[in-house]
Design a protein around this ligand. Structure first.
Ligand code: F6P
Length: 556
């Protein structure tokens, strides 16, 4: 069985050429006219699965474009890529690793890897251990070293070891139990020190979350937490009672002093940004309880099944991915705004930034050649309606076009008053306004013949694309399905763009250089700064003088 990813330059497919032509034709058309000429457009250009409804009809495309996009995916070796992924091929080739985060939501999965290991069995074991641990912490049986039950949990991790659980804890706050969960990620001491003000060492449980257990930020924070605990509790302090490790690196965990019984492992076939389903999800499980955590996994599993079993033309992740390729490569849009109309999803755009940009922010293809076309867009966003009062001006009337993903639940966990109707009306209206715009004639009709010197400024060009994702209620299962939807979307796009979506070499250089700059900050403030460029040298020298008060900033 061929378990390698294909090597196909998408620009050399026949579909790419057809799509280039379609883009020229469609760019001269108006979305509003496409709706006017086709009463079934919204019904046809929508799909449903795993509890989510997707309306992609407000994108500047037609049936033929969609047909070519599906053809493009096929021509890019979709079947081969899917087969290699599902059967445990080392598709993260530059790190020689399989990519099996989907097994995390399918405990007991029968797959056996070439080294004889059975990921599904490992997953089941760890989940069962996590369940017991979560229940004994939440039930107050497992206590701190002075005999008090835990009241606070601090997740110390960064990137994938922070963003997923943080986002999910926020999103599922309506399900949270009595444990208070905090997240410390930034190496900036402000993050840790401001958090500790709210903690009692006797009742705090620390989760050191790091796939590698070598990440500078996390290890520095974990070390400070350990010092704080031992200083505060003196002889009574038993670090092992207050620390848990979530990691793949047993050796480093033991070296840090965490009991291997308190280590919950995961494996190298789980990428950091795809790890919320693994032991990295411990903070979420402690917050919402294990039953809910399993519902979260099951929601994702339902999206996996939808993804694997639904024909591409009705398949949510495939459609979202292909519409994204269309906007990025053919209509030349450089960014994607993710706009959850849900305060609980306030960290969703930040989470998705890592998932998407670390995966598809690539410029070399699978044969090591520079890409001659664009890959992943810049992803950004804020929850509605706050964004409306900040950056939507540019989205409506700026000179760049920004495709938007609107996300909304039909029911809120916080009923009472008109809030949810206002919120929902705004979400629908923004997508509508972006699509239809407002012509000069319409502006003049409002002025009803009276002079209006601002009329040119009140015109909205419209024709601005968006997707709309709707679920019934943001339950653990719905959130699981939403996250899995985007994970698969990212993967489909990586297949088309012919990149390796599961490595992240782009984060390495900065880490190496930080290691070289650090000694310059620790040396004698009067000493010479060498071995760096003139800009870095001047910055470091000024930093030293200002830090030591040897010089005052001008004008201060
Ligand atoms: O930012 C780079 C990165 O390697 C991410 O991919 C990862 O999620 C993060 O650092 C944290 O890594 P670790 O879990 O090993 O501490």
């Amino acid at each position: 069985m061929n378990l390698r990813l294909p090597r196909i330059n998408p620009t050399e497919t026949s579909a790419w050429k057809q799509l280039t032509h379609s883009a020229q034709v469609l760019q001269g058309q108006r979305l509003q006219d496409l709706f006017g000429a086709d009463p079934d457009r919204a019904e046809r250009m929508s799909a449903e699965g795993a509890g989510w409804f997707l309306d992609y009809s407000k994108n500047l495309l037609d049936d033929q474009t969609l047909h070519h996009l599906l053809k493009l995916l096929e021509e890019c070796g979709w079947e081969q890529a899917l087969n290699a992924t599902r059967n445990g091929g080392a598709i993260n080739e530059t790190e020689n690793r399989a990519v099996l985060h989907t097994v995390l939501r399918d405990p007991g999965h029968p797959l056996r890897l070439s080294d004889g290991s059975q990921p599904g069995v490992l997953v089941e074991e760890v989940l069962n251990r996590m369940e017991k641990f979560v229940e004994s912490v939440r039930g107050g049986q497992l206590r701190g070293c002075t005999g008090q039950a835990f009241t606070d949990v601090v997740n110390m991790g960064i990137g994938g070891s922070d963003l997923g659980p943080l986002m999910a804890c926020e999103a599922l706050a309506p399900y949270a139990g009595p444990l208070r969960v905090h997240f410390v990620s930034n190496v900036d001491g402000a993050h840790w020190q401001r958090t500790l003000l709210r903690l009692n060492p006797e009742t705090t449980l620390f989760l050191v979350a790091s796939k590698t257990f070598t990440t500078q930020e996390t290890m520095a924070n974990a070390q400070s937490a350990r010092n704080w605990l031992t200083q505060a509790l003196g002889e009574r302090a038993k670090v092992k009672d207050h620390f848990v490790a979530l990691s793949t690196n047993r050796e480093k965990v033991v070296e840090f002093g965490i009991d291997s019984e308190r280590m919950f492992p995961f494996w190298d076939w789980v990428g950091g940004r795809y790890s919320v389903w693994s032991a990295i999800g411990m903070s979420l499980a402690l917050s919402i309880g294990f039953e809910r955590f399993r519902e979260f996994l099951e929601g994702a599993r339902q999206m996996d099944l939808h993804f694997w079993e639904t024909p591409p033309a009705r398949n949510l992740p495939v459609l979202l991915a292909l519409v994204g390729v269309w906007n990025r490569n053919f209509l030349k849009m450089e960014t994607l705004a993710v706009l959850p109309y849900d305060q609980c999803l306030s960290r969703f755009p930040a989470y998705l930034q890592q998932a998407d940009m670390e995966s598809n922010g690539k410029s070399v293809d699978r044969e090591g050649n520079p890409l001659t076309y664009h890959s992943g867009p810049v992803l950004w966003g804020e929850p509605g309606t706050n964004g409306q009062h900040a950056f939507y001006q540019l989205i409506h009337q700026g000179t760049v076009r920004v495709p938007c993903d609107f996300i909304l639940a039909a029911n809120t966990h916080y009923p009472g008053g008109p809030h949810h109707r206002y919120l929902s009306a705004n979400a629908f209206a923004q997508a509508q306004a972006l699509m239809q715009g407002r012509s000069l004639d319409e502006v003049r009709a409002v002025s009803a013949g009276s002079s209006n010197p601002a009329e040119a400024y009140q015109v909205f060009e419209g024709n601005r694309p968006s997707n709309f994702l709707l679920c019934q209620r943001l339950t653990p299962a719905a959130l699981g399905a939403l996250v899995a939807l985007y994970e698969h979307k990212i993967w489909v796009q990586g297949v088309v763009w012919n990149v390796f979506s599961y490595d992240q070499w782009g984060v390495e250089l900065g880490k190496i250089l930080a290691g070289k700059v650090l000694p310059l900050l620790e040396e004698d403030p009067q000493g010479e700064v060498s071995g760096v460029d003139s800009s870095t040298k001047a910055l470091v020298e000024r930093w030293r003088r200002w830090q030591d008060g040897l010089e005052k900033p001008k004008g201060s």
